[in-house]
Ligand binder design. Sequence first.
Ligand code: ADP
Length: 162
Amino acid sequence: MLTGIYPGTFDPITRGHTDVIARSIRLVDRIIVAVALNPGKEPLFDLADRVELAKIATQDLAGVEVEPFEGLLVEYVKNRGAQAIIRGLRAVSDFEHEFQMALLNRKLDSNLETLFLMASEEYSYLTSSMVKEVASLGGPLHDFLHPEVAQRLTARLHAFRP
Ligand code: ADP
């Protein structure tokens, strides 16, 4: 049983993320979407909401599980019996940070590999931050988010600005 861990903040999960998940499930038997607490990024949605939204957005994909995660990624990967970390790459700008993290994780556990996948080019510009900005300006979200995630994002932003 090959397991891949796809870690991230997922604040909220976008169609770029789900595209990467759909591609990675063709390579392994099981993908665990590991939603990181990541307080340093000051997420808009709390951890439980980000997990719930990731579950909603991946509900039609077989072999995908979603879990919250906190702490050292290499320990989590080991505890889950996973073989690889999955990450997505958009533009060259992602590379430097992803490269450093992959090498650091491999230093911490020499058996651990990171697989990089590219989402479909239609999502290559898509980031959670950009989607939050579009949402805050009242723009259409359908191309970027699962409809239920879009609805929850709009509601969340309204809660801040009545
Ligand atoms: P993190 O805070 O760990 O970067 P994110 O939720 O922003 O968490 O991203 C998780 C992973 O998904 C990262 O590897 C990121 O590069 C990748 N990713 C996010 N959006 C896209 C996209 N549109 N296409 C490809 N990969 C993406």
